[in-house]
Write a protein that binds this ligand. Structure first.
Ligand code: ADP
Ligand code: ASP
Ligand code: MG
Length: 427
């Protein structure tokens, strides 16, 4: 008998029929003998709809109220799912994040889990019942205010609960059959990965592969939680995220890991160029102090060679587009003391990232990536690298084509038609 935490994403519970379908799956797993704790997301695009609704009331809703509003989405799905399971003759009880003991810091809208004290969940399991937990939410220990964990945060709730309960595995049920070598919505020939290391999954998630949210992978790596990403619409085995070595090959030899795990893309960033910065020590430090002071995280940075005649240079950096207005306002306020000429803002960029642990020890990966993009006629605007990742910025409208070209160039295309997208709107 195992203790399994199962998480169902919004596309798996988008309407009453889907909730009943998921309930059958949970009841069957329970009847097969495992202890089951379920984490559930809001139905379909409910969270986006609630955000749109708040925007119709005010463009800048107070973050505390916004969090209370958004947690309503997961409360609806958790109670409906518990009803559906009870209907099948299996006892199930739903709990909010607070009731489940998910304790967070006080940063509304992107709170971090600081502790998990799942007494009520343990009690429920001990009674032989299924516990259903609302994902994406917690409570601060000091003020008792309700918080949310940031978009996609139900994945983090699931892994944190799995760690807190000492579960054998955390299963993430979604609308594709696992983690693929690229987003199946863009690359129909993407291939399913049987396993992927925490480090590669971290880079994939950080680079826009939203099948798992970044913080959930960080959490899983820290506590060594094995994560099985799979579809709630099929019974196929999915992708195991783990550092455990793969099983031995047919002749007893370890299966060699591929050099490249996959290609990720991200359309959520924007680029700010600070034009005409005096090329003297300390200016870059000032610019990034101002941006950091406004609470904005940046991603890539490029500084141009200064023009000898003017002694001025341009500095470009990327950041989440949702922080564009904040960063631009902060820099404009400090224009006189930094002494730059102007700011350019561009939110029509896309970022492509190639990820693979094998690139550390294999020369020529960057050259092949740049050649693939140039053959496809795609211009590279910025480049950044880590030990196991190369990222480039392109125009947003050539991003899909870039992803497909790079996927093909690295021979990642599958000849089996396995990249099925079962549901969801891709929103
Ligand atoms: P859920 O509602 O279950 O949380 P998400 O929409 O957050 O689902 O994540 C699943 C989606 O992630 C898929 O439908 C797919 O479009 C997208 N995705 C992006 N990159 C990848 C990848 N490398 N492998 C699988 N899915 C990916
Ligand atoms: N409902 C939240 C969102 O849409 C959390 C989640 O689905 O993981 O971001
Ligand atoms: Mg998700």
């Amino acid at each position: 008998m195992a203790l399994v935490v199962q998480k169902y994403g919004g596309s798996s519970v988008s309407d009453a029929a889907s909730i009943k379908r998921v309930a059958k799956r949970i009841a069957a797993a329970k009847r097969a003998g495992d202890d089951i704790v379920v984490v559930v997301s809001a139905m379909g695009d409910t969270t986006d709809e609630l955000i749109d609704l708040a925007q119709q009331i005010t463009p800048l809703p107070p973050s505390r109220e916004m969090d209370i509003l958004l947690t309503a989405g997961e409360r609806i799905s958790m109670s409906l799912l518990a009803m559906a399971i009870n209907n099948l003759g299996v006892k199930a009880k739903s709990f909010t994040g607070q009731q489940a003991g998910v304790i967070t810091d006080a940063v509304h809208g992107r709170a971090r889990i600081v502790d998990v004290v799942p007494h009520r969940i343990r009690e429920t399991i001990e009674r032989g019942q299924v516990a259903i937990v609302a994902g994406f939410q917690g409570v601060t220990s000091d003020t008792n205010d309700v918080t949310t964990l940031g978009r996609g945060g139900s994945d983090t709730t699931a892994v944190a609960l799995a760690a807190g309960l000492g579960a054998d595995v955390c299963e993430i049920y979604t609308d594709v059959d696992g983690v693929f070598s690229a987003d199946p919505r863009i690359v129909p020939a993407a291939r399913k990965l049987d396993r992927v290391s925490y480090d590669e999954m971290l880079e994939l998630a950080a680079s826009g592969a939203k099948v798992l949210v970044l913080r959930c992978v960080e959490y899983a790596r820290r506590y060594g939680v094995p994560v099985h990403v799979r579809s709630s619409f099929s019974t196929h085995t999915g992708t195991l995220v783990t550092n455990e070595p793969a099983a031995e090959g047919p002749e007893g030899a370890a299966v060699e890991q591929p050099i490249i795990a996959g290609v990720a893309h991200d359309r959520s960033e924007a680029k700010i160029t600070v034009v005409g910065v005096p090329d003297v020590p300390g200016k870059a430090a000032r610019i990034f102090q101002v941006v950091a002071g406004s609470g904005v995280n940046i991603d890539m940075i490029v500084q141009n060679v200064s023009a000898a005649a003017t002694g001025l240079t341009d500095i470009s950096f990327t950041l989440p587009a949702t922080d564009g207005a904040t960063a631009t306002a902060a820099l404009s306020e400090h224009q006189p003391d930094i002494g730059f000429q102007s700011l350019q803002y561009d939110d029509t960029i896309g970022k492509l990232s190639l990820i693979g642990a094998g690139m550390k020890s294999h020369p020529g990966v960057s050259a092949k990536l740049f050649a693939a993009l140039s053959d496809a006629g795609i211009n590279i605007e910025m480049i950044s690298t880590s030990e196991i990742r190369i990222s480039v910025v392109t125009r947003a409208d050539s991003l899909d084509e870039a992803v497909r070209a790079v996927h093909t160039a690295f021979e990642l295309d599958s000849d089996q038609q396995e990249a099925v997208v079962y549901g969801g709107t891709g929103r």
